[in-house]
Design a protein around this ligand. Sequence first.
Ligand code: AMP
Length: 285
Amino acid sequence: MEIVKDVCEMRLVVNQLIKDGESIGFVPTMGALHDGHTSLIRKAREDNQVVVVSIFVNHIQFDRKDDLIAYPVQLEKDHKIAKDNGADIIFEPDSDKIYPDGFETFVDLGNLTNFLCGAKRPGHFRGVATIVAKLFNIVKPHNAYFGQKDFQQSVIIKRIVRDLNIDVNIVVMPIVRNFDGLAYSSRNTYLSDNERSDALSIYEALKNARSKVLSGEFDSFKIIKRSCALINSMPSVKEIEYIAIVDCDTLEELKIVNNKAVMVLAVWVGGTRLIDNCKLMDDDC
Ligand code: AMP
């Protein structure tokens, strides 16, 4: 496995791969790799001749300085995990090469960023959209892999690719969970034992919502009320930042659950913000 730090070198490698007719699968990450990331790397391995994983903590997408400072970094461990799961190339650029002095061009979306995480984290999706567009331009992947865990992000990335005519196929992979249902996240390491155990209420609430729908309850208000009660009954839960049932393409709230409904939420457990989501029916999302 090759580790490339330089943008120009990455371009040379990619241009040669394209010349040789190799298909490139790309998994963008911020490192601290876990089983959620490896599911994307393994899928990229299955689908492509060459797998590129980027590790870059994109500071412009952090809305809180303390979150950026605390963000876990474990590069050597990440290299091994990426290699063991089939990565051929790690792209690990320095921040000043990605955002050189005078950098001032950003990808700004419209309405899609006004909801959910976008409403609560000013500038977050502008940062995400900008880095993803830049990485696509450098890596030139045929296929790029994202997790449904960051549901709004996946919707936004599909929209960027469509709106800017970027020539890449976006693959969104299911959420990978721990054995007890907690979705893998780089931020789970911040949770104390009690907080971790209370955080399981998030998955319980999502499962409860889904089973309500499957047994014929379609009133979003009633479903959300029950889910809130479940989560709020946990002592370490500080706040449900948002909880909503939304259309999987437009992210607009649905009063009545339909086959495009996804329940999405962000919850503060102690000092840790966790996000999760679940499709409420199996159909069109
Ligand atoms: P991050 O390093 O947090 O930026 O995440 C990199 C990619 O991994 C994103 O596409 C995430 O949606 C995806 N990802 C993170 N956690 C999970 C998970 N538990 N299951 C599936 N994909 C995930």
